[in-house]
Design a protein around this ligand. Structure first.
Ligand code: NAP
Length: 414
């Protein structure tokens, strides 16, 4: 494919798909989008760490060939004011794997969030967020080391679909009339109305990805998080479709929590992943009181949005929380925080959210040694009290360093 502004490095090879799996050479081309605000600071720091870890892990046998792609303000400067150039989407599809910094949502009439547009255009239906504790990181929990979960949040459905009718508009009146007169619904006059679609297709593909991840990564359980006691045909249905999918597609690898007690007296047979479910509100409490009982979580869009930020806070907050948005194969890894404009170009913020998103990316392409090495170097850097401002203000006796200084300290410890 030819592009106007994207240049794919000739030295590398594109990732391809064969037998439903990624085929990754020793010299893959990966896309990166710098992002707005603090994006350039954290991207340059994280890239230095990734490249150093790859070089060290494979002794020069493997190398990432980065292709810069453009979204947001940088794109607008290059593509005549276009914040969301179509060729960036084409390039992500062609390269399969990319990583991005945060993007500003320009304020102005009708401008859709670039992040939401990216997820919709590429049908990145699973938002994946691992939440793991690193020794020494400041946490409000008594036993933060018990937190080790991976959240799979459905990204395309739920109240996020934008099917909403504003109070007082003719559209609202039409929908309200239909609901009252034809469906027998009762609700207050002039209520704004939103619709929450949850489908078997959307639910099952998300739960399938969560269970496959649990299998590939030797995880013990997948918990379906829902509010099905109240919203039976959406949230309750998500739960039921999740169990159905596990029974139909993974009968040899999974058992339900009911079966676990009925047939195995609560002792999981070797190699079986337990599928369980919990009501969303109690889940927030359990993740504070008994987080060790949970492993992979599968959620709908809204519950997952709340839960992933709440859990990130348990292990150090947004400066350290990584994430990815995934389709069946195409995956865009991203820092989960925003552009923090007041810190832009100050070389101040924590690059760890993006850096760990890169670790997820290396795991995804099968280069697990890279993330293992970065995890270990991160732990020893923080244990030495070398941290950026966000951690320093919560730790006694820490040495505060800049974004680039943190990358330097980490690279020294690889
Ligand atoms: P934000 O950019 O995430 O910043 C909120 C606060 O979080 C910062 O003021 C800072 O806290 C802390 N923070 C964020 N990144 C950090 C880092 N790397 N290291 C340490 N601390 C960090 O949220 P926002 O101010 O609400 O949003 C700003 C812009 O970002 C908006 O345009 C929004 O649309 C966009 N946004 C983009 C994404 C995305 O691209 N995925 C996500 C969210 C928001 P302190 O002030 O306490 O130091």
């Amino acid at each position: 494919m030819s592009y106007r502004h994207v240049k794919l490095p000739e030295s590398g090879q594109k990732i391809s798909i064969s037998d439903n799996r990624l085929v990754v050479s020793d010299n893959p081309i990966l896309g990166f989008i710098e992002g707005d605000g603090i994006g350039s600071d954290i991207t340059s720091a994280a890239m230095r760490v990734w490249d150093a870890a790859v070089a060290k892990a494979y002794g020069g046998q493997r190398k990432v060939h980065w292709a810069e792609l453009f979204l947001g303000e940088k794109a607008a400067g290059i593509y005549d004011g276009d914040y969301f150039p179509a060729e960036t989407l084409d390039a992500i599809k062609e390269l399969t794997v990319a990583i991005k910094g945060p993007l500003t949502t320009p304020v102005g009439g009708g401008f859709r969030s670039l992040n939401v547009s990216l997820r919709q255009e590429l049908d990145l239906y699973a938002c994946v967020r691992p939440v793991t504790y690193f020794s020494g990181v400041p946490s409000p929990m008594k036993r933060p080391e018990d937190v080790d979960v991976v959240i799979f949040r459905e990204n395309t459905e739920d109240v996020y679909c934008g099917i909403e009718y504003q109070s007082g508009t003719p559209e609202n009146e039409k929908v309200a009339k239909f609901l009252r007169e034809e469906m027998g619904a009762e609700f207050f006059e002039d209520a704004g109305i939103g619709i929450k679609p949850i489908s078997p297709f959307g639910s099952k593909r998300l739960v399938r990805k969560a269970i496959q991840f649990a299998i590939d990564n030797d995880r013990d359980s997948v918990t379906l998080v829902h509010k099905g006691n109240i919203m039976k045909f959406t949230e309750g249905a998500f739960r039921n479709w999740g169990y159905e999918l596990a029974r139909d597609e993974f009968p040899d690898q999974t058992i339900s929590e009911d079966e676990l007690w009925e047939k195995y007296d609560g002792e999981a047979p070797a190699g079986k992943i337990i599928i369980k479910d919990r009501i969303a509100d109690i889940m927030f409490q359990l993740m504070q009181l008994r987080p060790a009982e949970f492993d992979v979580l599968a959620t709908m869009n809204l519950n997952g949005d709340y839960l992933s930020d709440a859990l990130a806070a348990e292990v150090g907050g947004m400066g350290i929380a990584p994430g990815a948005n995934m389709a069946d194969h195409v995956a865009v890894f991203e820092a989960t925080h925003g552009t923090a404009p007041k810190y832009a170009n100050l070389d101040k913020v924590n690059p760890s959210s993006l850096m760990f998103s890169g670790c997820m990316m290396f795991d995804y392409i099968g280069w697990r040694e890279v993330s293992a090495m970065i995890n270990q170097a991160f732990a020893s850097t923080v244990a030495a009290g070398i941290v950026t401002y966000d951690f320093a203000r919560q730790m006694d006796g820490a040495t505060e360093v800049s974004t680039s200084g943190f990358a330097d300290a980490l690279i020294e410890r690889l």
